[in-house]
Design a protein around this ligand. Structure first.
Ligand code: NAD
Length: 299
């Protein structure tokens, strides 16, 4: 069934996601603060709106893809009154779990329905329509959103009630951030012990050290030819985004009194790496800072 969708936030992710909705036969009215992005989306068949409230007026579904929770909450202040009662609000941004809960509450208080549906798969997945969505909200909201999510992605998992999608996203990325640091430290330790990258890879990738950070996104060049390490750490998944997601995980851990000692330390290490010039590199490039700092200690 063709729907009228308001799509707000047409950046790296939102632009191609909106274009994929158009390709699937939906009517999409788009809005972004950056005029050039509206022009680009217009070229892909998205109807440009003059403002966010104009975009949502008369829409069946409102999809948002914004940088952070504060952007979403400020936007909701502007648009909730303009939408038709009962409109489904689907937020695909990665935001703080507490902000996601607040966004749900505000939407429902305004007579709307809400689903959080953050994604993994990056810009490549957004362009190819192969994203994975992690959704939080009621079963009816998930069922209604499913055909739209299917137009933008390959898989959608209903994780539970409000904010469960955001929770799943940051828990997964905490595993990923910690495991990438563990794999990187193991390679630097191997170097200092005279063990080759390939030998460590051949053992660990078929033993209990096996994980995605090792066998798909291997942080040293050689063992996995397609990993970003082989192209000077061009992303892939940028370290700035890993730092952001680990920061959200750290906030949630502190708020819940969870002693996620490695997760909190990973958040600090990725924040430092991003600040010291690594922001635009693939997150596996953190191996270089571990190596450099180990060299400084040995010197
Ligand atoms: P982006 O900065 O390219 O896009 C965000 C867009 O939102 C910008 O174009 C900005 O102008 C617009 N915007 C901000 N406030 C607005 C408002 N009030 N009204 C209209 N437009 C507004 O960011 P992105 O890379 O597309 O990421 C979007 C979200 O997806 C983030 O939460 C990010 O963490 C998440 N994410 C990104 C990736 C990735 O690889 N880029 C992967 C997974 C998840």
């Amino acid at each position: 069934m063709s729907r009228t969708v308001a799509f707000i936030g047409l950046g790296h992710m939102g632009g191609p996601m909106a274009a994929n909705l158009v390709k699937s036969g939906h009517r999409v009215r788009g809005y972004d603060l950056v005029a050039e992005l509206l022009d680009t989306a217009g070229g892909a068949g998205v109807e440009p709106a003059a403002s966010a409230p104009e975009a949502v007026t008369g829409a069946d579904v409102v999809i948002t893809m914004l940088p952070a929770g504060r952007h979403l909450l400020a936007l909701y202040d502007d648009i909730l009154a303009a939408a038709r009662p009962g409109t489904l609000f689907v937020d695909c941004s990665t935001i703080d779990v507490a902000d996601a809960r607040t966004a749900h509450e505000r939407a429902v208080a305004a007579g709307m329905r809400a689903l959080d549906a953050p994604v993994s798969g990056g810009v490549v997945g957004a362009e190819a329509g192969t994203l994975t969505f992690m959704a939080g909200g009621g079963p009816g909201e998930f069922t209604e959103a499913e055909p739209l999510l299917a137009a933008m992605g390959r898989k959608a998992v209903h994780c539970g009630g409000p904010a469960a999608g955001q929770a799943a996203k940051i828990c997964n990325n905490m595993i990923l951030g910690v495991s990438m640091i563990a794999v990187s430290e193991a390679f630097v330790l191997a170097e200092s012990l005279g063990l080759s990258h390939q030998a460590l890879y051949d053992v660990a990738s078929t033993a209990s050290g096996q994980c995605w950070a090792l066998s798909v996104n291997c942080p040293v060049p050689g063992p996995v030819p397609a990993s970003p390490a082989n192209r000077d750490y061009r992303p892939g998944f940028a370290a700035a985004l890993m730092a952001k997601d680990l920061g959200l995980a750290a906030n949630a851990a502190r708020a819940g009194g969870v002693r996620a000692e490695l997760g909190l330390r990973a958040a600090e290490l990725y924040a430092g790496y991003a600040e010291r010039g690594g922001a635009g590199e693939d997150f596996s490039g953190i191996v270089r800072t571990i190596r450099d700092r180990s060299g400084e200690r040995r010197a």
